[in-house]
Design a protein around this ligand. Structure first.
Ligand code: AHZ
Length: 373
């Protein structure tokens, strides 16, 4: 009886707006805010005893709008000027391309540019598979996760990172932090190809355009000529074919520089990862192909949502690129997690062994199960 009457009284009561205040209270609050603002204005930068929260006294230093425009445009166009002659251009900032750029960024005095057609670098590596968060990485590629300081849950033969974004954000931050220049929202729409003295063709750069022009503009406007970045080596990591992707190898096929591009074979996780790493190579002089783009040329199977091969293929591409620039020994010495994979070591490298990286402890299963995001 009691229960039903209190239920009916609850039903008849209209829910009150959570923040409804009396007119008097509202006016009081306005006066308080006004007062805090006045005090803050006269005590700029000093602690104010009666401020109701720490943000009442917060003020940004002044800026002019033209300063913001020039801060961005000067640097962007300076970068275009500097990277018009690059040492390495990496095309596509997915997991393979980012890994390659990160490894190359360990070498001093090397100009590495990365071109990504999306605004957001990362390709498919913001998620594990089918919109699910966790990223599976087969050992021994976990050494690379140790190196870039990403925590994971150890499942024996493989590890699981709770969210793929942890890997991708770490890679972007480390590669760019070490000096790789990312031109995002920029698409590679062609390759520069020169004839060498031997008569053999060599890839010598990339032809770029704003991605909105390449992807949507050429259909409607035919007059937007591109820009060019020359490069001693180009690394193609544009992923497998689909509506987008496999851009560089498809262009090589159209130019008759590779005989055919059979496309990746059907999924076989075990075979795929080793095949992708094994076949990562300089397909045409000056053009190293890695990640899923190499499976398009070699017909290797796809692996689905396991990412170890993307990291190791990216590392191998960096090694091949460095070798062709005469920096093989330097590169080998900096590839600490590759050395661990081949010697079977299981201890994360010392933070000092690699530029800008911190070795991180592995997660316990319990830690991994905490809702961290
Ligand atoms: O936007 C593309 C993506 O970020 C970018 N890209 C493609 N064409 C481009 C162009 N100019 C500039 N013409 C271009 N950028 O290249 C990036 C490719 O990233 P991805 O994640 O698609 O490829 P990946 O090889 O680094 O990683 C593949 C991950 C896959 S797919 C897969 C399967 O389907 O079985 N399994 C794994 C692990």
């Amino acid at each position: 009886m009691m229960l039903s009457s209190s239920l009916s009284s609850m039903r008849s009561t209209k829910p009150k707006p959570a923040m409804m205040m009396s007119k008097k209270a509202t006016m009081g609050l306005q006066q308080q805010r006004h007062r805090a603002g006045r005090i803050a204005a006269t005590n700029h930068g000093k602690e104010v005893a009666d401020a109701s929260d720490p943000f009442d006294t917060h003020r940004f230093l002044p800026i002019k709008e033209h300063q913001v425009s020039r801060a961005m445009s000067r640097r962007y166009f300076d970068d275009l000027d500097v990277y018009a002659e690059s040492d390495v251009v990496v095309v596509g900032a997915g997991s393979a391309g980012l890994t390659c750029a990160y490894e190359l960024s360990k070498l001093p005095n090397l100009k590495v540019a990365m071109i990504e057609q999306n605004v957001a670098p990362g390709g498919g590596a913001w998620l594990g598979g089918q919109l699910m968060s966790a990223m599976v990485v087969r050992k021994p590629a976990h050494h690379f996760l140790n190196e870039i300081g990403v925590q994971y849950e150890d499942e024996g033969d493989y590890v699981v990172v709770p969210h793929a974004a942890m890997v991708t954000s770490a890679l972007i931050s480390k590669a760019l932090g070490n000096g790789v220049k990312l031109f995002n929202a920029t698409a590679v729409e062609d390759l520069v190809i020169r004839e060498q003295e031997s008569g053999k063709p060599r890839v010598a750069g990339v032809v770029t355009n704003w991605a909105t022009v390449t992807l949507y503009g050429h259909e409607t406007q035919s007059c937007m000529d591109p820009n060019v970045l020359e490069s001693k080596v180009v690394v193609a990591s544009t992923g497998h074919d689909g509506p987008l992707g496999a851009s560089c190898v498809k262009r090589l096929r159209n130019l008759g520089l590779v005989e055919n591009v059979p496309g990746m074979a059907a999924l076989d996780m075990n075979a795929a990862e080793d095949a992708v790493v094994r076949t990562t190579s300089e397909v045409v002089d000056g053009l190293v192909v890695c990640g899923m783009e190499i499976a398009e040329v070699t017909g290797a199977p796809r692996m689905g949502p396991t990412f170890g091969a993307m990291f190791v293929s990216g590392q191998k591409a960096a090694y091949i690129a460095a070798k062709s620039l005469g920096r093989e020994v330097d590169m080998k010495a900096k590839m600490t997690s590759v050395a661990m994979s081949t010697t079977g070591g299981d201890t994360p490298p010392a933070a000092s062994a690699v530029n800008n990286t911190t070795a991180m402890p592995k997660m316990s299963k319990n830690q991994a199960e905490q809702p961290t995001h």
